[in-house]
Design a protein around this ligand. Structure first.
Ligand code: ZN
Length: 165
């Protein structure tokens, strides 16, 4: 198990457009394995390579349906529909939360760690995570979508309302 350091907002790695992954060998596999360990340790819903200082187009997203991490290499969104508005945070913006509107259902096309292309369609939190992680690969953070971070009071109210549903 190898943990990598997660960079935080202000680090220039988070503002760069990442390059495509072109080599699907041991180095990529080591990166993905380390990212998986790092994400599990942080108990997050997703992690993109630039968050560990690697400017390549790959990320991990927690797939709620299988309760496992799916590896997305060179991912693109091929279709998106509907809308959801909800709480969003980021391991690179620790302890801060905002309300972000995203598509409800998103289909991504990506390569696996061996270079094989596949498509995956998901809704709700996994769809939200697809959008969030793919934006990291183009140097964008969720904070660009919000007008303010939730106050502790707002966060508490939001979570209470969620629980009540
Ligand atoms: Zn993030």
């Amino acid at each position: 198990m190898a943990l990598r350091n997660i960079v935080v907002e202000g680090d220039e790695c988070l503002n760069k457009v990442c390059r495509p992954v072109t080599a699907f060998g041991p180095r990529l596999h080591q990166l993905l394995d380390d990212m998986c360990d790092t994400l599990a340790e942080a108990n997050g819903a997703g992690l993109a390579a630039p968050q560990v200082g690697v400017l390549r187009r790959c990320c991990l997203v927690l797939d709620e349906r299988t309760e496992s991490y799916v590896e997305l290499i060179n991912p693109t969104i091929v279709s998106a529909s509907g809308e959801q508005t909800g709480l969003e945070g980021c391991l690179s913006v620790p302890g801060k939360w905002g309300i972000v509107t995203r598509p409800y259902k998103v289909k991504v096309r990506a390569q696996d760690r061996f270079g094989n292309w596949f498509e995956l369609e998901r809704e709700e939190l996994t769809a939200r995570a697809f959008c969030h992680e793919l934006e990291h690969l183009d140097g964008h953070l969720f904070v660009e979508h919000i007008d303010h971070f939730l106050t502790d009071e707002e966060l508490r109210t939001y979570l209470e309302e969620e629980e009540g549903e």
